[in-house]
Design a protein around this ligand. Structure first.
Ligand code: NAD
Length: 475
């Protein structure tokens, strides 16, 4: 798909000849190419987003909502096509890709509704002839950068909230997984979003972010990706005094106390850890298990992990697909080798699978010392560390030790323990006794090095609005 850039209402291969190669992660073979934007294309996108914003901000919230709901209906109609594209380029099992496509529908519909409720405030004034208003306004054209792990979901959250708020957007989607992003943007185009309001780019990420963030047209930046890149972009954003939402990496703890439903915890551990082959920013990594239930938990978790059916995402019955690209396989293997050197026990997995594609076995490491890299850096892949802890205090201390604070999980049947966990865990999003993250109506975001701001929920929409205070005196 070389006409992969959507600028000023038209699909184009851009003004240059640079192209990226798209691979099938299940085979490692090239399946297509994607056009890269040049500076002239970025300038055209900026001019289009500026014009698009002037039009879109004047469209009523009611009409914007109707257009967004049409886009949601198109995504629902095309969910199978979108899901197949996700699996072909990102690798996840088709069932997960379908869930991703249908979740995109929910994100658009929810924002379509919430955009109609972006209410301001009337503040009682000190004098009877004065009226004090707080008005909600769209912040302006947005530059958004979304990653390859959820090629549709990470992108749709940004587009849907920006559009619902009345902003225009220039989205740089991941070069590894362009087709589903293109299909998504087509749905907005065909739903009747005016020209210039949505623009889609691919290219060299650093070139695009530096150019867009420096432009006076851009009023807000939204990035989802790694902590190092987030740090770099946050510095650029600060230099140019833009608003931003940074949704960065995590290293989620998963606490299992002595009072937990251990079998339930082990089942959920295998589902949440190996979803999308662990390439999820809120994927649980450090399983902190009370010593009283350690053996029962690790038996249950490892038997489920080793029984997972790993294969091409498009093959029926596959429960875990390949990693998205070769870089991740190397990174994951390096984490495992380093942990072995530090004396960790490999309970299951710990090796590449097959000799084609980017497959890695679901891996459990036990009794891993704090000095191992995996205890400190985000693995972003199918590795779980299962360590014993002596009680809830020790579990909370270890959970909060790292500078990451995005997702966290806990299992306990004890109400007081559950309350303490909700209060004392440092994480932006905590699931206790179930998995409840990242739905359209709830906020999702991190603290500390995991970033700031939230996507989803009312908070996600508010991130694209600014407050204007108007005070008016009669006569
Ligand atoms: P990476 O750090 O090179 O890139 C991460 C993401 O940032 C990619 O989507 C990339 O296109 C983008 N990016 C990189 N440099 C950029 C720049 N200067 N301007 C704008 N965007 C830029 O690593 P990678 O190998 O692609 O991914 C691995 C790491 O990324 C993982 O370790 C994980 O921490 C992180 N990641 C996080 C999420 C998330 O949901 N938070 C998603 C994907 C990747």
């Amino acid at each position: 798909m070389t006409a992969s850039l959507f600028i000023d209402g038209a699909w184009t291969a851009g003004s240059g000849s640079r192209r990226g190669t798209v691979l099938d992660p299940a085979t490692g073979l090239a399946t297509g190419e994607v056009a890269f934007a040049e500076v002239a294309d970025l300038e055209r996108a900026l001019a289009a987003a500026e014009r698009g914003f002037a039009v879109w901000k004047k469209v009523s919230a009611y009409e914007r909502s109707a257009i967004l709901r049409r886009a949601a209906a198109l995504v629902r109609e095309r969910a199978e096509i979108i899901a197949a594209a996700i699996t072909a380029e990102q690798g996840k099992p088709l069932a997960e890709a379908r869930m991703e496509a249908l979740a995109a529908v929910e994100h658009i519909e929810w924002n379509a509704e919430e955009g109609r409720r972006a209410y301001g405030r009337l503040i009682p004034a000190r004098a009877p002839e004065v009226t004090q208003l707080v008005k909600k306004e769209p912040v302006g054209p947005v530059a958004a950068f979304s990653p390859w792990n959820f090629p549709v979901n990470q992108l749709v959250r940004k587009i849907a909230s920006a559009l619902a708020a009345g902003c225009s957007i220039i989205a740089k989607a991941p070069e590894e997984t362009p087709t589903s992003a293109i299909e998504l943007v087509r749905c907005f185009e065909e739903a009747g979003v005016p020209t210039g309001v949505v623009n889609l780019l691919f290219g060299v990420p650093a070139e695009i972010s530096e150019h867009l963030i420096a432009s006076p047209v851009i009023q807000k930046v939204s990035f989802t990706g790694s902590v190092p890149v987030g740090r770099h972009l946050a510095a650029l954003v600060a230099r140019h005094l833009k608003r931003s939402t940074m949704e960065l990496g995590g290293h989620a703890p998963f606490i299992v106390t002595a009072k937990a439903d251990v079998a339930g915890a082990a089942t959920l551990a295998a589902v949440t850890k190996f979803r999308n082959a662990g390439q999820v920013c809120a994927s649980p990594t450090r399983f902190l298990v009370d010593e009283a239930v350690f053996e029962a938990f690790i038996d249950g978790f490892s038997s489920r992990a080793s029984a997972l059916n790993v294969g091409p995402g498009a093959t029926a019955g596959t429960q875990m697909g390949p990693l998205a690209h070769a870089r991740r396989v190397e990174a994951i293997d390096a984490f495992v080798q380093d942990a072995r050197k530090h004396g960790a026990r490999v309970v299951t997995g710990g090796e590449r699978l097959g000799n084609q594609g980017f497959f890695y076995a679901p891996t459990l490491l036990a009794d891993v010392p704090l000095g191992a890299r995996i205890m400190n850096e985000e693995p972003f892949g199918p590795i779980a560390v299962v360590n014993r802890v002596a009680g809830l205090d020790a579990a909370l201390a270890e959970a909060n030790r790292l500078p990451y604070a995005l997702g966290a999980y806990a299992f306990t049947r004890d109400l007081e323990e559950a309350e303490r966990i909700g209060d004392e865990l440092e994480a932006g999003t905590i699931s206790i006794n179930h998995f409840g993250h990242a739905m359209a109506e709830v906020p999702f975001g991190g603290f500390k090095d995991s970033g700031f701001g939230a996507e989803g929920g009312t908070e996600g929409l508010q991130a694209y609005l600014r407050d204007k205070f108007v005070t008016r005196r009669r006569g």
